[in-house]
Ligand binder design. Structure first.
Ligand code: SAM
Length: 280
């Protein structure tokens, strides 16, 4: 029996249901229930919230989220081998766990959840960034979720919270920091997982701001940032040349030196440039 509920240990669950980790599904499981409960606590007060979890696997984090009081958990898992283990958890927490056996990229969680909604996941690395970008670029803001608490490989986590002037600073930092408060809240070594991955990991917490930090049209901002960082070694007047014939004047009007490179320019200035370019 485990420390946080009356269910078997995760090692026993994996052995009894034959869930040997598959590399193709990005499976690196967390087996320490104290750790999964800690990650669930980092997701904030769950008692009044529905929680979306992607990739529950054998259910370590799922159990943490339920034990920490989530009103309901919707867990989307691609691997059908995990279904019997997850059904046992659903039985132990009647009416609070819904499991969908499918690809997270194809499921609309809003069909199953009621706001306020938090998202928590030890994401499969192969789909993690794609899902994050989707959650950060919805049609309308505020989005359907209030916070994201997500495990990433450390290098991706550092790109999310990066500041201007650092090597990790780029499109992901701007996307995340424009409309959320983003912080790394936990570092984990490879040995925390089974099997251990080659890289270190980190949990990032992103809380949705009610409004963007600085006004800008989302499409224009994405366009500017994509172009600026696609050619990050170039001076901005060259990298953004195609965006307007008078790009140098527009850069200056936005407080940016035309000879600057993208990695030195802050979020506020990128938003000013996006606004300026929307005026044409
Ligand atoms: N949450 C579990 C834990 O912490 O031990 C498992 C984490 S493991 C890194 C990622 C999980 O995501 C695996 O169970 C894998 O089968 C699942 N997965 C991979 N791709 C998926 C997808 N496209 N949709 C849903 N689940 C997926």
């Amino acid at each position: 029996m485990s420390g946080i509920d009356n269910l078997p240990s995760l090692r026993e669950v994996i052995d009894s249901h034959g869930i040997a980790a598959k590399k193709s599904l990005g499976q690196n499981f967390l087996l320490d229930l104290n750790l999964t409960a800690k990650i669930a606590r980092l997701a904030g007060d769950l008692s009044e919230c529905d929680v979306l979890e992607i990739g529950p696997g054998p259910g370590g984090l799922t159990r943490g989220l339920l034990a920490e009081g989530a009103r309901k958990v919707l867990a989307i898992e691609k691997d059908s081998r995990c279904m019997p283990a997850l059904a046992e958890i659903a039985e132990a927490y009647p009416g609070r766990l819904q499991v969908i056996n499918g690809d997270a990229l194809d499921v609309d969680p809003l069909e199953h959840l009621t706001p306020p909604i938090r998202i928590a996941a030890n994401l499969p690395y192969n789909v993690g960034t794609e899902l994050l970008v989707r959650w950060l670029t919805p049609k309308e803001w505020p989005p359907f979720w209030t916070s994201l608490t997500l495990m990433f490989q450390k290098e991706v986590a550092e790109r999310i919270v990066a500041q201007p002037g650092s090597k990790a600073y780029g499109r992901l930092a701007i996307l995340a920091q424009w409309r959320t408060d983003a912080r790394i809240v936990l570092h984990l070594p490879p040995e925390a997982f089974n099997p251990p991955p080659k890289v270190h990991s980190a949990v990032v917490n992103l809380t949705a701001l009610p409004e963007p930090r600085y006004p800008a049209d989302p499409k224009k901002l994405e366009q500017v940032v994509a172009r600026a960082f696609n050619q990050r070694r170039k001076m901005l007047r060259a990298a953004l040349k195609g965006m307007a014939p008078d790009i140098e004047d527009r850069l200056i009007a936005s407080g940016i030196k035309p000879t600057d490179r993208a990695e030195t320019v802050g979020l506020e200035q990128f938003c000013a440039l996006a606004r300026n370019l929307s005026e044409s």
